[in-house]
Ligand binder design. Structure first.
Ligand code: PEP
Ligand code: MG
Length: 556
């Protein structure tokens, strides 16, 4: 009999297929004592396994490219942490086998991470994955991870380690469902980059038996277990209708009555450019430059290395705009040389622009590199700062841009509620706003974006968040300036219509979402979008806002 489970849809589309579970066995090696004379040999085995795993992670990174590469490389560095290695060697010295030494050393590091604040705790899954890989290699058993299957399947996991998400083969993986992870967690962002339907934050889904047939609706967040024939037909029909709408959609983003809303891509580096171009992105609305900084935890990349990356992206969009965000380090993206190690609450600490203003050399090098990269190119460069709180922040950023001789538009991200409330004041210093709805939701609802259990509060349909979007867009309109959205909210086709109705002037998202958003927007007039926006804001809940907008659009 069909049953329905509900999680959070993070990547649209429908997948119907058999369940396969992610192989994440906790490989616990036996605790046997080794004689002293074997210690040296065991230490060498441990070192070789660590090196092999770390090389494998780097190779997977190169294969995956883009944002996934930076994440995998960070994992490779985790494996090679010298303190962790010394701990492994110490344990072998007192009688552990290599595998048991690795297992126990990682366990104590894990406890440290798990108790070091929410953002560190969010990296525990990455650490477990590294440990499993090393232990599996030492035990000579298959690597945990994506199941071996010749036939396509729906992947179920507690949480997806970045190493595995990057390796998912869209031809085999029809979709995926995880127990953990919020709608703005990096697993969700990577799923959208892959273009497979995905649902997260669904407790209990790991208990579904291997081989069970399920249907995943990545839009609504619903999972139908053993779907009935009627349900399958209904979902397949809806998916086919969607595909048909997509195939007819191309060109610049606009409502059906011609109100233009440029559709831009979110990228992590040059490797994401081909997908953006293939999806018909009209430019880049968010270049997350921090991925260039993750290679080396001790220092910023050289000016030359930065110039090369920026130039490659700018050259790819000779006619479109490219909005580069300066380094956004801290909280869920800590950098050793910038982020204070002892903050009691990193998400509320020295992060984003705050951290750059504390390290003016890093900001200066980045702005100078951008200025040199753009020199002589026809494109239209914009540069924006993350985590701008007020006019003082905006002025400090604009001053730094001017001092670096940057010939570009300067903008501010709206990620802190104070920036929405005082949008007009901030716009006295900069030329545009870009709403980072992921962090804006996090700070509006005091709900950590890494915590799956709080996904109700991170839902961008929350009317309070829509109010802040409206406030920012109204402020920009009054100043005759633009206000885009570059948070995950822009990737939801229905919400994209509502954002347009709220007065947002451009939408930037992972490339895979662009065709869906373009097709949905093209169905409605600006007046219809405005009516949907008012209906959504009049609701009291995210769910209410979603259905009110749907009813306003379909009933109009
Ligand atoms: C956001 O916060 O919405 C945003 C776009 O930035 P990031 O997801 O990189 O924090
Ligand atoms: Mg942000």
């Amino acid at each position: 009999m069909e049953t329905t489970l509900r999680g959070v849809g993070v990547s649209h589309g429908v997948a119907i297929g058999e369940v396969r579970h992610m192989g994440t066995p906790v490989l616990e090696p036996p605790s046997k004592q080794i004689p002293e004379e074997e210690a040296e040999r065991e230490q060498a085995r441990a070192r070789q396994a660590v090196e092999a795993v770390s090389a494998d992670l780097m190779a997977r990174g190169t294969l995956a490219g883009g944002e996934a590469q930076a994440v995998l490389e960070a994992q490779a560095m985790m494996a090679q942490d010298p303190e962790l290695m010394s701990d492994v060697e110490r344990r072998i010295d007192v009688g552990s086998t290599a595998e048991r030494g690795v297992y126990d050393a990682f366990a104590s590091y894990r406890t440290l991470l798990a108790s070091a604040g929410e953002y560190m705790a969010g990296r525990v899954a990455d650490l477990d994955d590294v440990r499993n890989r090393i232990v599996a290699r030492l035990l000579g058993v298959p690597m945990p991870g994506v199941p071996d299957s010749e036939a396509p399947y729906v992947l179920i996991a507690r949480d997806l380690a970045p190493a595995d998400t990057a390796l998912l083969d869209p031809a085999l993986v029809l979709g995926f469902v995880t127990e953990e992870g919020g709608p703005t967690s990096h697993s969700a962002i990577l799923a959208r980059a892959l273009g497979v339907p995905a649902v997260v934050a669904l407790p209990g889904v790991s208990e579904l038996a291997e081989g069970t047939v399920i249907a995943v609706d990545g839009g609504s967040g619903e999972i139908f277990v053993e779907p009935s024939a009627e349900r399958r037909a209904q979902l397949e029909q809806a998916a086919a209708a969607r595909e048909a709408a997509l195939s007819g959609s191309s060109g610049p983003g606009a409502t059906s009555d011609g109100h233009k809303v440029p559709l831009l891509a979110n990228i992590g580096g040059p490797a994401d450019v081909p997908a953006a171009l293939a999806a018909g992105a009209e430019g880049v609305g968010l270049f997350r430059t921090e991925f260039l900084f993750l290679d080396d935890s001790q220092q910023a990349p050289s000016e030359e290395k930065q110039i090369e990356a920026y130039r490659t992206v700018l050259e790819a969009f000779p006619e479109g705009r490219v909005v580069v965000r300066v380094l956004d380090a801290g909280a869920d993206k800590p950098l050793e040389f910038l982020t204070p190690a002892d903050e009691p609450n990193p998400a509320l600490g020295v992060r984003g622009l705050r951290s750059l203003l504390d390290h003016p050399n890093v900001l200066r090098t980045q702005l100078t590199a951008l200025s040199k990269a753009a020199h002589g190119l026809p494109g239209y460069l914009s540069v924006m700062a993350p985590m701008v709180a007020d006019r003082t922040d905006a002025k400090a950023f604009a001053d730094a841009c001017r001092e670096a001789g940057l010939d570009a538009k300067f903008g501010a991200m709206v990620e802190i509620p104070s920036a929405s409330l005082r949008a007009r004041s901030i716009l006295q210093e900069v030329e545009f706003l870009s709403l980072g709805t992921n962090d804006l939701a996090q700070y509006t609802f005091a709900a950590d974006r890494q915590v799956g259990a709080l996904s109700r509060l991170q839902d961008p349909w929350q009317p309070a968040l829509l109010d802040l979007v409206a406030m920012s867009a109204d402020g920009a309109k009054a100043e005759g300036k633009s206000c885009g959205v570059c948070g995950e909210a822009a990737a939801d086709p229905l919400l994209a219509c509502v954002l347009t109705g709220l007065g947002v002037t451009s939408l930037s998202m992972g490339a895979a979402s662009i065709p869906y958003v373009r097709a949905e927007l093209a169905k409605y007039t600006l007046a219809q979008c405005e009516r949907a926006a008012s209906a959504a804001r009049a609701a009291d809940t995210a769910e209410g806002a979603r259905s009110a907008a749907r009813a306003a659009l379909d009933g109009a």
